[in-house]
Design a protein around this ligand. Structure first.
Ligand code: SF4
Length: 702
């Protein structure tokens, strides 16, 4: 990285959006004049995608909220900060008095800075005294995180620098489409693509899968929800065809026989029947990975949401980690298993305590030693620290019910669009006595709130984020915020004071980061030796970074895994398939994902004209035969119907689609909301909903 001082005419910072956190320089005296220039950095190598190039538009959007809003006579009307904060504080006090502390809940976001993620967890547990806090990252990487902890003893999306992938000749992407989600990342896949070693497991021929085929690589076009069967079949091939690394398995792992007892049943022919992936493709996939490993050309498995967002996501990722372990990849230089984070602070957002079951430093909230450490930093008795709360969907689904929360504070999230079974979740949000949303635009969730608090956005404030490789980055202020907007740190300090909390909450992000360092000291994600001074001096610091490891840890596991015996664990998992199976009424599998121009629920990117016009309108991607059977034609508006809802979308015919699958992007709201259809069957470990497979039918819109 380069520090701010290397750019005397601009401010060195990182993108407003995704987990690649591309480096950029912002130049200009104010938001109206601000220009974006890409900056050389290991992860983006001087590249930006269209979202990054247009990110300054967010700072000058005419849709910006600059005054608090309160609902009067059914309408949201402007008011003063005093009035808005008084209403929120009064609502919290009354709700707690009537229903108890857990009747007030908090919902956070994976885009919040490290300081905000940390302070939100502290505010919830110390000021609100509630256990009811979770965040939208539960719907992002939680399955991969749970599988990483299960098998490696720790979760860091990439346990190696992104640049390590950049010399690999074999990369197997599992439900990842970086050509659309993080295009600059593709530069790291060039050697693999050039050597016919880029392989993509995805139900769709995405631009990433097409790139693999262009280079002579492979597209494993599996049926949605059959990822675990694919992994077990690949393990079968690796073992039976002599590609397993027996010395690695014996020396660095435990439990191989348990997974083999299951994988032995997954003969390639059976895998082909279940997944649709040809036996020759299975064999070529394993052969390509093993060849790159044996010639020391680099071999990686990288998972993302396509393989993780299932009710069996944890087991599925566990099965792919087992494949990587059979091949002897994790914890060796030049090979490995990793996960591509989605949200801007997807990694940091899940380390600092806004998750229902976690405390700062990636500590478990049910661990007495962790509770004692964090309570001491927070100046409270460990007995006063609430225990684990409900996971994201369970929390939202309990709103307004007997025993459920009656008031909710939402920060950095738009669940009306992004939640599974979004229609049901919206009804629950409407059932609240008090819904407070902090955002910088009127998102669909803010639009149904009782109080809306206008907050600062990315280039208007200082902070840190942690990118997909566990590297801590400085996000810097480049322009002054509009008058009338406030940081969430100020909001929480004000609210804590107004509800009578005697603990002070700093409004200075640097002070909050210093407290975060103390709170994380000794935990798995240890930030204790990371300072803003070191980051501003351009040091590259990956956690854990402590007195014992002052230079940080770019590569984990080289000396052993983070398990008690230092060995990675094979965990026996079965293929279960999607929770909802198709039937004559709902004969297709609906799956969801992203498009190049939009980010998350689209609440931000839909406001950027260049992105909105390039992306067009909500669509459903469908095979021509499937469309013909449903009686709909190209460019017509069709209805996609599941047991939970109905979504209208423009038909895009695509001969490369599987005839049994339709694809819907999840960036649009209203009639075009993809999550009206999705299914909230939850993973038993991670509590990840089944976003990627639900039974649907396609029909003409009437
Ligand atoms: Fe921003 Fe992600 Fe695009 Fe990079 S890839 S410019 S971080 S949205």
């Amino acid at each position: 990285d380069v520090g701010a001082s290397d750019h005397p005419t601009g401010v060195a910072t990182h993108c407003a959006y995704c987990g690649l956190q591309c480096a950029m320089t912002l130049t200009g005296a104010n938001a109206a004049e601000l220009t974006v220039t890409p900056r050389r950095f290991p992860t983006n190598r001087g590249g930006l995608c269209q979202k990054g190039w247009t990110s300054a538009e967010l700072l000058r959007t005419p849709h910006r909220l600059t005054r608090p809003l309160v609902r009067r006579d059914g309408e949201l009307v402007p008011t003063s900060w005093e009035d808005a904060l008084d209403r929120v504080a009064d609502g919290i006090v009354r709700t707690r008095a009537a229903y108890g502390d857990d009747a007030v809940a908090v919902f956070g976001g994976g885009g919040l800075t490290n300081e905000k993620a940390y302070q939100l967890g502290r505010f919830a547990r110390v000021a609100l005294r509630t256990s009811q806090i979770d965040y939208n990252g539960r719907w992002c990487m939680s399955s991969a995180a749970a599988a990483g902890i299960r098998c490696f003893g720790i979760d860091r999306g990439l346990p190696f620098p992104v640049t390590d992938i950049g010399s690999a000749h074999a990369v197997l992407l599992l439900g990842a489409n970086p050509a659309e989600t993080m295009p600059p990342f593709l530069s790291h896949l060039v050697p693999a693509a050039d050597h016919a070693g880029l392989m993509v497991a995805d139900p769709r021929l995405t631009p990433t899968a097409a790139k693999a085929l262009d280079g002579g690589g492979l597209h494993l076009q599996l049926r949605p929800g059959t990822d675990a069967a694919l992994a077990l079949g690949l393990i079968h091939v690796a073992v039976t065809e002599g590609y397993a690394d027996r010395a690695y398995i014996a020396g660095r792992t435990t439990g191989f026989e348990d997974i083999w007892a299951i994988a032995a049943q997954w003969l390639p022919e059976r895998v082909e029947r279940v997944t649709g992936v040809a036996t020759a493709t299975l064999r070529e996939t394993v052969r390509t990975l093993a060849r790159a490993r044996d010639t020391e050309r680099g071999a990686y498995l990288l998972s993302a949401r396509g393989t993780e967002q299932h009710a069996t996501g944890t087991d599925t990722v566990t099965a792919f980690i087992a494949l990587a372990l059979v091949l002897g990849l994790p914890g060796n230089p030049g090979t490995g298993f990793g996960t591509l984070t989605g949200q801007g602070n997807g990694q940091g957002g899940r380390e600092h305590g806004q998750k229902a079951d976690q405390l700062p430093g990636y500590r478990r909230i049910d661990d007495p030693a962790a509770r004692a450490h964090v309570a001491a930093v927070w100046g409270i008795d460990p007995e006063d620290l609430p225990g684990p709360g409900r996971s994201a969907f369970e929390l939202l689904d309990a709103l307004g019910t007997d025993g459920g929360p009656r008031a909710l504070l939402v920060h950095g999230s738009n669940p009306v669009v992004s939640a599974p079974e979004a229609g049901r979740v919206t009804e629950r949000l409407r059932a609240l006595d008090l819904l407070v949303v902090s955002d910088f635009v009127l998102s669909e969730t803010a639009a149904i709130a009782d109080v809306v608090l206008p907050v600062l956005q990315w280039a208007e404030e200082e902070g840190t984020l942690t990118n997909l490789e566990g590297r801590v980055l400085r996000r810097r202020r480049a322009v002054s915020p509009p008058p009338g907007c406030r940081s969430e740190l100020e909001i929480w300090a004000e609210l804590a004071s107004r509800i009578g909390c005697s603990t002070a909450f700093s409004t200075d992000p640097r002070e909050v980061f210093d407290e975060l360092r103390r709170a994380t000291a000794g935990g798995p994600a240890d930030y204790s030796a990371i300072t803003w001074e070191r980051l501003d001096a351009g040091e590259s610091l990956h956690w854990p970074c402590s007195a014992e490891r002052p230079s940080g840890t770019p590569r984990l596991f080289l000396d052993g895994f983070a398990t008690p015996d230092g060995r990675a664990r094979f965990v026996p998992v079965e293929h279960a398939g999607p929770a909802e199976v198709d039937d004559p009424d709902y004969p297709l599998v609906g799956t969801t994902g992203r498009v190049l121009q939009h980010y998350q629920s689209g609440a931000q990117t839909r406001l950027v004209d260049e992105l909105a016009s390039a992306a067009g309108e909500m669509f459903v991607q469908v095979h021509p035969e499937t469309a013909a059977r449903a009686g709909v034609g190209d460019s017509e508006i069709a209805a996609v119907v599941s047991r939970r809802g109905r979504t209208l979308a423009t038909v895009r015919l695509d001969e490369a689609m599987r005839p049994d699958v339709v694809f819907l992007p999840f960036h649009w709201a209203g009639d075009g909301r993809a999550n009206s259809l999705t299914h909230a069957a939850l993973d038993p470990t991670s509590r990840m909903p089944e976003f990627k497979a639900c039974a649907v039918r396609l029909e003409a819109a009437r």
